[in-house]
Design a protein. Structure first.
Length: 263
């Protein structure tokens, strides 16, 4: 599997996507941040043989390479998931390739269901830790939380500077694609989760295992099952992500501006 992510690294570099200071992985409804990049170069996933295509609505399926506040940024608009039939190695191929290119850090983002009844939605949450409940792992060498405390502190500072409310909590990663039952949500709450989704955990582990500094933000788009008053659907998730896009963009722009020159 090493040859596959190294092959992707070569494809990204040949497409002019190398040399970034940070990789931004943009989840459902959050891809519009990529439009804010200056002098952006766009490359479709389809143009890179080593990148599997995402079948999920709300995922544009392309890379953007440009600048945010003078900082060099690589954006991944969309991702693939376990529930699409991919292995953990395939799900994590992009972050491993970015690490092979020398990208020192990654900000992972996702849309998630919320377990905190008092939070007004949509809301943004800094991921402080996660529960990997997929029963699959892409790495064996990471122990402890993969989320970097320094980057977490920069997210908090960025939220203050941008005037954005940023919660903090643990993210529960499940396989999907079905939404959780009310009983499962009650169980996750007892385990300490504040948000639940179907991505991020494997990318965080693989990125940290590859030497990258890792931060993550969840956009809490809807109350989870048993808390929500109606049935859940992906279209509402994407729409809520779009409603949160202004605060999300302000947070990420401020965060990128605070990054140290050398990790």
């Amino acid at each position: 599997m090493s040859a596959l992510h190294e092959g992707l690294a070569s494809e990204l570099e040949a497409a002019g996507l190398g040399g970034a200071e940070i990789l931004l992985v943009l989840g459902s409804g959050l891809g519009s941040f990529g439009e804010r990049l200056e002098d952006a170069r766009s490359v479709s996933f389809d143009a890179l043989p080593s990148v599997p295509a995402s079948s999920v609505p709300g995922h544009a399926g392309r890379f953007l390479r440009g600048r945010v506040g003078g900082r060099e940024v690589l954006c991944q608009q969309g991702r693939v998931h376990l529930y699409e039939g991919h292995s953990p190695e395939v799900v994590t191929r992009v972050v491993r390739a970015a690490a092979a290119l020398g990208v020192p850090r990654v900000l992972l983002t996702n849309a998630a269901g919320g377990l905190e009844r008092e939070w007004s939605l949509p809301a943004l949450m800094r991921v402080t830790d996660h529960l990997d409940l997929t029963a699959r792992t892409p790495v064996a060498e990471v122990s402890g939380s993969p989320y970097d405390l320094t980057l977490g502190g920069l997210l908090e500072e960025a939220a203050t500077r941008a005037g954005v409310l940023l919660h903090a909590g643990a993210y529960a990663g499940l396989v999907g694609p079905g939404y959780e039952t009310a009983a499962e949500i009650r169980w996750l709450g007892r385990l300490g989760a504040s948000a639940v989704g179907m991505s991020t955990v494997h990318e965080a582990l693989a990125a940290r295992g590859s030497g990258m500094e890792v931060a993550a933000v969840s956009c809490i788009t809807n109350p989870a099952a048993g808390i929500a008053t109606g049935p859940l659907n992906h279209e509402e998730v994407v729409e809520a992500g779009l409603r949160a896009s202004a605060d999300f963009a302000a947070l990420v722009e401020a965060f990128v501006g605070l990054l140290p020159a050398d990790p």
